[in-house]
Design a protein around this ligand. Structure first.
Ligand code: ZN
Length: 127
């Protein structure tokens, strides 16, 4: 499965485990949002982390209830942009209804990374 600029392979769990069908469906929805983000920043979007199985999530110290476990979360980077800049851009897309609201996070320890997910109850954080 792939969209114009993204493939399921980029979003799959890095441990190489088999993904449940429900996860694949969510990842496909996520890829559509990544296309919208890419079109807005007009630059390649690098997927740092997509779906994580329980084992992998524990290994990387992910949050216990992480949306990465559901397959509707992505950590992304864009060359020459900070996570905070990307967050502003994505907030704009959400405000205009171009992508669904959800979770947006930035991290002191990873200044180039933006976390975006499609949770139903919106959340924002900077840690
Ligand atoms: Zn895995």
């Amino acid at each position: 499965v792939k969209t114009k600029n993204f493939s399921l392979g980029e979003l799959r769990c890095k441990c190489g485990c088999k993904m449940p069908a429900s996860v694949i469906v969510r990842l496909e929805r996520l890829m559509a949002q990544l296309e919208v983000i890419r079109a807005e920043v007009k630059a390649p979007v690098q997927v740092i982390s997509g779906y994580r199985c329980e084992k992998r999530n524990r290994a990387v110290g992910g949050a216990k209830e992480s949306r990465h476990l559901w397959g509707d979360a992505v950590d992304l980077q864009v060359e020459g942009r900070t996570g905070k800049e990307l967050r502003e851009i994505v907030e704009g897309l959400i405000a205009f209804g171009k992508i669904p609201d959800g979770g947006l996070g930035t991290y002191e320890s990873r200044p180039r990374t933006l976390h975006y997910d499609m949770r139903l109850t919106p959340a924002r954080w900077h840690t």
